[in-house]
Design a binder for this molecule. Structure first.
Ligand SMILES: [Zn+2]
Length: 298
């Protein structure tokens, strides 16, 4: 079976189990404490019952600048030259034969996001205290009592302001940008991939998938899922505060030898999102292993 056929088959298999996998999504259960029981709402908008990935049309809609940043980053990750949002706000990849560079894994994921039985809304939640970068929220079930149409809508809630607070070399900041973050949430929503919180050094299958995209594009790869937190100053003039840290690495060839470059991505933890305490992390793990405080809910 060729690569494209194998991916398509895997996606069909996975989509038949999406609800089961989604219920097991560790990051949702740990950081958002969100029930997966859907609310049911009736909507008059006929577009509400159309499946696919689209930008929110309600109070959490993206600004023009935010829409542009999403498309610019997803275009760079996938190489799709005609990618955009159509007049109804749905993701439109255009002619998918037209791509330049980009990651084939990212293209596979975006293609899968066009072939859904449910809807995903991209929402803007700037300066949210509950959202660190982004999260996949619980679904809302829409039902039209007249037409009998129904659909589950999964919101991807994005705090665009958090990305301006990242500190590190440009390469590592770019390795954790809006495009990678949306692809991470699509890894949960579309493929049913999990995060891992079993240990501080675990990465989890969702970030393993995103790392394959980073490798294809030549970016540093993420070493662990949970962000560690330390009390320190980010500048010489400020008082120390809780700083969150993620580590990245990149293998480079140098004089016939492989060399691993190391990168550190940091942010002031309390300015971005919730901090998970040691006891909270232990409770979520369900065991009494040694743990450190951690931050992140993407
Ligand atoms: Zn996640």
């Amino acid at each position: 079976m060729n690569h494209a056929s194998r991916i398509a088959t895997e996606l069909r298999d996975r989509q038949s189990h999406i609800r089961k996998y989604r219920r097991q999504c560790a990051c949702l259960m740990l950081f958002a404490f969100i029930s997966m029981i859907s609310d049911t709402i009736e909507a008059g908008d006929p577009l509400r019952y159309r499946a696919g990935l689209r930008i929110s049309t309600d109070k959490n809609k993206l600004s023009a600048q935010e829409r542009e940043s999403v498309i610019r980053s997803l275009s760079e990750k996938s190489g799709f030259q005609e990618i955009g949002f159509n007049e109804d706000g749905f993701l439109d990849l255009g002619d998918t034969r037209k791509f330049s560079g980009g990651s084939s894994t990212a293209r596979d994921l975006l293609l899968a996001a066009l072939d859904l039985s449910f809807a995903i809304d991209l929402e803007s939640h700037n300066r949210s205290k509950d959202i660190a970068f982004a999260r996949l929220d619980k679904p809302v079930h829409y039902f039209n009592f007249s037409s009998r149409e129904e659909i589950d809508v999964y919101p991807i809630q994005i705090d665009f302001s958090d990305f301006k607070k990242l500190r590190g070399d440009k390469e590592v900041v770019d390795s954790f940008d809006i495009g990678f973050t949306i692809l991470h949430e699509l890894g949960h929503a579309v493929l049913g991939l999990h995060d891992s919180i079993d240990s501080d050094s675990d990465l989890g299958e969702c970030e393993q998938y995103i790392n394959s995209i980073r490798r294809e594009l030549g970016y540093p790869v993420r070493e662990h899922y949970l962000a560690k937190t330390f009390s320190r100053s980010l500048t010489t003039t400020e008082r120390s505060s809780l700083v969150a840290e993620l580590n990245f690495t990149k293998l480079v060839e140098n004089g016939g030898k492989s060399k691993k470059l190391r990168y550190v991505l940091t942010w002031r933890a309390y300015e971005v999102g919730p901090i998970v305490s040691e006891s909270g992390l232990l409770a979520a793990r369900g065991k009494s292993a040694k743990a450190i405080a951690a931050s992140i809910n993407e």
